[in-house]
Design a binder for this molecule. Sequence first.
Ligand code: SAH
Length: 394
Amino acid sequence: MTYKKITLHRGKESSLERFHPWVFSGAIAQFDNSIEEGDLVSVYTHDAKLMGNGHFQIGSIAVRMLTFDDTPIDTAFFVQRLTNALNVRKALGLLRDDNNSFRLVHGEGDFLPGLVIDIYDGTAVIQAHSPGMHFARHTIAEALMQMPGNLLRNVYYKSETTLPYKAQLDPENQYLIGQYDTDVAVENGLKFHVDWLKGQKTGFFVDQRENRRLLEQFSHGRRVLNMFCYTGGFSFYAMRGGATLVHSVDSSAKAIKLTRDNVELNFPGDSRHDAFAEDAFKFLDNMERDAYDLIILDPPAFAKHKSAVKNALIGYRKLNAKAFEKIQSGGILFTFSCSQAVSKEQFRLAVFSAAAQSRRRVRILHQLTQPADHPINIYHPEGEYLKGLVLYVE
Ligand code: SAH
């Protein structure tokens, strides 16, 4: 099957020969006049060889490739890709009685550029990052229901904040299939409410699942400070791990309420936990020295674009320096960056500068990354975004 035609400049097919999933606008020599944003297109070399099919978008990434042959992009295509993605999650052991939340589709990492799907019990939450995936949303919802195993009851579409603003698609967050029934999902035996209607991203940060489990192992007997807690994920793992005290901080009052509700869901009436709606930087400035011996710093992406990297690195240095200054000797620091534009090396250097500035002796115990249900397409290393360090601070 072929679609409206895009022809590349001579030689510009080389990245597609290496299965890189993007065509940049500068690589395009010619396109059909009738092509509109979000259309399916077929990409050809200058000498008319078909390279594959993808979604067209106005902007520097002009085409996100879905196939490298002439396979039609229809319901059967999506059922196949989604089933393959599900098989990977099954192989990872993520579908269990005590775990029903995971990322089913991680964009390029699952060979579906522009698409993210998280599963929370029987509900799939779809996020489109490209107009093409927005237009395909009903097909994708149908394909989700056709995956083997009868996993899903509901499909919720949540792309109001993820689609390019300029595309003027006016997406409406809505149920494409089913309706609200429960908002409680389970991760490694811990329950949590997911607010996919109003929460950030798809409602929960599934990408910290394995790192939370590691934190649980470090928590016994420790006083834990969970900065930028959002739904309190790290907090309730720390409590299960035997922390003596857990304080959660987020500048959003809504996040604090979610955290309190989630702690209550797992540990009703447990007085070890408290939560504060405060700015993280101010909280760190005002807190006593040695009040905590396990601190988590998991801020929002400080750099959304390459142009913001320099300031982001200053932000990471300042934030980490404050934690190094205050943490009890023998303490553990879990520190993260989820900015895709900041490299592992840059982040490490920012944390290293913070350690030097605070004159603490610091060991790197673990180097963390995104979990396996957020896979990195081997042909698209840009997909690596989450970076973390577990540090022992003397
Ligand atoms: N650690 C969380 C995810 C953090 S998302 C988890 O495991 O799920 C980032 C959070 O930082 C958001 O909830 C946001 O409200 C909060 N935030 C952003 N700026 C902040 C600031 N200056 N002080 C405190 N919290 C902030």
